[in-house]
Design a protein around this ligand. Sequence first.
Ligand code: PMP
Length: 413
Amino acid sequence: MTSVAAILPIDTEKIRLDFPILQTKVYGRPLVYFDNAATTQKPVQVLETLERYYTEYNSNVHRGVHLLSQQATEAYEESRRKITSLINARHDHEVIFTKGTTNSINLVASSFGKTFIGENDEVLISAMEHHSNIVPWQLICEQQKAQLKVIPINEKGELDMTAFERLLTPKVKIVAVTWVSNSLGTVNPVNDIIAKAHARGIPVLLDGAQAIQHMPVDVQALDVDFLAFSGHKMYGPTGIGILYGKEEWLNKMPPYEGGGDMIKQVTFARTTFNELPFKFEAGTPDISGAIALGAAADYIQKIGLENIQQAEAALINYAYERLAAIEGLRFIGDAAHRAGAISFLVKDIHPFDMGELLDKQSIAVRTGHHCTQPLMDIFGIPGTVRASFAFYNTKEEVDYLVAGINKAAQMLQ
Ligand code: PMP
């Protein structure tokens, strides 16, 4: 077999030095971190950006005339421009800072929903959605007396595109699907989904929480209407995320939250609202988080998302082959096109037991339903063991995981 190191387009060993936590030990052994779909680790470039903000120019944005406030505002807006460039948005004001994917989807469900979803209308999601792309739509459907419809999947964990087309009726006001499944690792055919929805005049929201860190993203080429993602899954801090929305939609949508910054003028009788993007950024934002998210965007762009995609694909293929050879291991989800995560069960071992024994061997994986309970119900299982990969993971770590699983399985049988 070709050595992964020989074909990797990036220098993993050097890159790992950027991540202080990867140099640490748990239970006296080097940390092996395979829980990247839950959150990624942070490079020094992001950590230093956070510290620099708080030690050198901590101040509120868009308000003060003083120097520090101007510096903070400039850094905050510069970070917005970095995200615009990362996703190739047409305008900076189409990039809204939010708390994360969940917050971004709630914003669209509420604001778009109140305006464009009415009685007997439908919202179309898929069977592999994260709770964050189910519950906000359930809430708005209940409020507007609309219905939630679900695109089914096949046994490999791929979307049933024939059923999708059948479900795309004139009643559907928005399609909201995940780009990459956090539980199965399936990469959905988003170009096709968007083209088919647009052919019927229906806008599309993509949950990009598991896509943005794994592949190049171009919202103009995709022609997607809304894209939601989280900073902490793309090597940035927690508490910050992005909603990209096409200007024409965002302009037609009412504010989600009221407060400072999102207003033009307030009287007790009436308030007029600020222009984009500020209309959707009420209150003091997560300034340090936004600025550090810009540093994370710089970091992954410097490595190159094509390189990241290629390196991770090589590693995932290797992991898939090695895991497949484990006696009694079965994959949950076996999509042809995949990224990020591999889910599996070993014999009849409960995922929590496997997770605990791996933890004791200094291997961090996720176990459980991964916030996709309806998907677990479809597979008829309580949960899975999920190993999720980042470009800083190595072939040696995969070997260690495989040995760890074998050892755990022996102990548990
Ligand atoms: N959607 C998907 C596909 C996810 O993987 C996650 C995080 N696990 C979310 C949404 C929610 O992201 P956050 O908790 O950062 O808002």
